[in-house]
Unconditional design. Structure first.
Length: 70
């Protein structure tokens, strides 16, 4: 998804998507690419981390089993 950096204030960047129905998002400035500034277009992506999800489920399952044994 592409979004424009609408403004940056107090360490927070306000982004507006370039979709048919615009979405307004706020993110910490630290997540912006180096040198990004107001008016720039950025590409936003979200990915699933299947490995981390599986590991998290395994940890929870293990904790539940330990609690059941008590």
């Amino acid at each position: 998804m592409k979004a424009s950096i609408d403004r940056i204030e107090e360490g927070i960047a306000v982004l507006i998507s370039a979709e048919a129905e615009p979405v307004r998002m706020t993110i910490p400035v630290s997540l912006l690419p180096p040198g990004a500034k107001e008016g720039d277009i950025v590409i936003i992506g979200i990915e699933r981390d299947e490995g981390a999800t599986a590991a998290s489920k395994d940890r929870v399952t293990s904790l539940i089993e330990k609690l059941k044994k008590k």
